[in-house]
Design a protein around this ligand. Structure first.
Ligand SMILES: O=C(O)CCC(=O)C(=O)O
Length: 254
């Protein structure tokens, strides 16, 4: 049970910095349950016997659609309690991902999630759960504190030697990139407007697994395309209007 004062301090830190770190969100047995639910996926057939490490450990998109453990943790009551104190209202779950990030894997260039999720009027909130200890060596998440107060940027091309994604935004003047060091079971809740990403995993043998989910506030009116299908935190499906407004690069979507 998290005290009211603690919840208040999470909300203040989130509003001020654009993120809040929750130490020990999950116990080791819970982390094991999440990790184990992804062990049964055999990607070797996809890439063939000589496949490189990346095709053996790709990013798993939307696992909540076919993995009941992923769904359970996407709508977990502890996550829900914290989200409600950040949104100041009920949350809706809309997206999940699992990263293996094996040694040698590229990072993900700096970006703002709400550029892609297009939630309005409130930006989405991301929840990034460390399934391994993560630090600069194995490609931890990085954030630019307070950048959630800046505009959503139109990205430019990223460096393909550092990032598997092709788009990147700039660090606003006067702000800096901070590495988010987390222990297994810790989580970071971050605004969909904050600039964040990661660098390559430069370790020799340390995976950097993470379970990542995204949420909208219940009063969200519009959401980008695939993200418009959501779930209440008690598991019922809801559909939000598709946001066809042009993004900051001028692209429109139907
Ligand atoms: O886990 C990572 O390396 C980056 C994740 C990220 O930036 C995201 O999911 O938006």
């Amino acid at each position: 049970m998290i005290s009211k004062a603690k919840m208040q301090s999470y909300k203040e830190q989130f509003d001020d910095q654009g993120f809040v770190i929750i130490k020990g969100l999950y116990e080791f047995n819970e982390i094991d349950e999440i990790r184990d639910s992804f062990k049964s996926i055999d990607f070797s057939k996809k890439g063939g016997p000589n496949a490189d490490i990346f095709s053996s450990y790709p990013r798993v998109m939307e696992p909540h659609k076919n993995n009941t453990v992923a769904f359970k943790y996407m709508v977990h009551s502890r996550v829900n309690t914290i989200l409600k104190s950040l949104f100041l209202e009920e949350a809706l779950a809309c997206h999940s991902m699992f990263y293996y990030k094996p040694p040698g894997a590229l990072g993900q260039a700096l970006h703002q999630d709400n550029f892609y999720l297009k939630m309005e009027p409130d930006p989405c909130i991301g929840v990034w759960v460390a399934l391994d200890d993560s630090d600069a060596e194995n490609g931890a998440l990085v954030v630019v504190p307070t950048s959630h107060r800046t505009q959503i940027q139109c990205p430019h091309l990223s460096d393909p030697n550092l990032s598997f994604t092709k788009e990147e935004v700039d660090v606003p003047e006067g702000m800096e990139i901070v590495t988010v060091e987390l222990r297994t079971g810790d989580a970071i809740f971050f605004s969909g407007n904050i600039i964040h990403g990661s660098y390559p995993n430069r370790s020799n043998e340390r995976f950097r697994r993470a379970f990542i989910t995204h949420y909208a506030s219940i009063s969200t009116e519009k959401a980008g395309d695939v993200y418009a299908s959501m779930y209440t935190m008690s598991g019922e499906e809801v559909k939000i209007e598709n946001n066809s407004k042009a993004d900051p690069c001028g692209n429109e979507y139907d």
